[in-house]
Design a protein around this ligand. Structure first.
Ligand code: ADP
Ligand code: MG
Length: 288
């Protein structure tokens, strides 16, 4: 016989802005015991705001911000957008040459014959550039010119309004929660505490996110549970592909993430993740 409940489930979810790409994923969703979230753009809004510019070695604050806006002029990363917004003037993109975006690190480019770096602690470390590290400063983009440290830009992102409620709902159903991020340890720890997440892993490269997810898959499979991963896309497609249920935020998300995902959340709200599990569980009850 045809399991009518499945059709109701996929269609019912769609009406609530949750696109499930086949009834098999509703089945899997109903068995989810661990939900792993990406941080930026998934639990947080992904609109960073520049809060402070700290310039060093002869640079003024406006000069440093201009340099940062220039080197970030071709990046889609939420950090790049926030720096361009804070600078607010247009920059000459044709000055930027040999542009290279290094996943999980930042950017290296030539600007008027000088080598400019913009990125995190890991990038400067990799390039052996002595720099200041202050863990209470939150998310930081460091800048260096021709091997010399020129300062940093502090940025802040806000949690999505319904993030805490979504985590609470999952916990109340006995589902574990975790967060993976490329951002620094101090930022990750603060968010994990605020949201009462069960686990978090910080300072991960894109391939490190896949490895961390594999650990959760291994643990969950021993308890016969499934693992969902929710991401917004930038560098997340491989993790979305690896999860039992790969979920993408459809509004902010990249095309690659939306294509790879088993479930697409159209409104980008974390509470929709909890709602999709609830719908899947109801649907299973109707079917069997
Ligand atoms: P996440 O979304 O978890 O932060 P990403 O892989 O997108 O993971 O980025 C990891 C880290 O790499 C960022 O937190 C940032 O420190 C650095 N980074 C990546 N791209 C840029 C960029 N365009 N400018 C500055 N820093 C960047
Ligand atoms: Mg990301």
């Amino acid at each position: 016989s045809i399991p009518l409940g499945y059709f109701g489930g996929v269609g019912g979810a769609a009406k609530r802005g949750i696109l499930v790409k086949g009834s098999v994923f509703l089945d899997a969703l109903a068995q989810v015991k661990t939900v792993v979230f990406d941080k930026t753009g998934t639990l947080t809004q992904g609109n960073f705001r520049v809060t402070e510019v700290i310039s060093k070695n002869g640079f003024t604050q406006p000069q440093l911000l201009e340099l940062a806006a220039q080197v970030e002029s071709q990046s889609n990363h939420p950090i790049a957008q926030s720096i361009r917004q804070a600078h607010s003037k247009s920059v000459d993109e044709s000055d930027v040459q040999e542009y290279e975006e290094i996943a999980g690190h930042g950017i290296r480019a030539q600007i008027k014959g000088r080598t400019v770096l913009a990125g995190n602690d890991r990038l400067l470390h990799r390039e052996s550039i002595p720099h200041e590290v202050c863990t209470v400063e939150g998310s930081v983009t460091h800048l260096a010119v021709d091997g010399e440290y020129t300062g940093r830009i502090l940025i802040e992102d806000e949690l999505k309004e319904d993030a805490a409620a979504a985590i609470q709902a999952l916990h109340s159903w006995g589902i574990q929660t975790a967060m993976l991020t490329g951002d620094n340890q101090a930022v990750a720890e603060r968010i994990a505490q605020k949201l009462e997440l069960d686990h978090y892993r910080a300072e991960l490269l894109p391939e490190g996110k896949v490895e961390a997810l594999e650990e959760f898959l291994h643990q969950a499979s021993q308890a016969k549970g499934k693992v969902a991963f929710v991401g917004d896309g930038i560098n997340d497609a491989p993790v979305i592909a690896r999860a039992d249920v790969g979920m993408a935020m459809g509004g902010l998300g990249s095309d690659a993430a939306i294509e790879t995902a088993d479930v697409v959340i159209m409104t980008d709200a974390p509470s929709k993740v909890a709602e999709s599990i609830e719908i899947a569980q109801c649907t299973l009850r109707i079917v069997w």
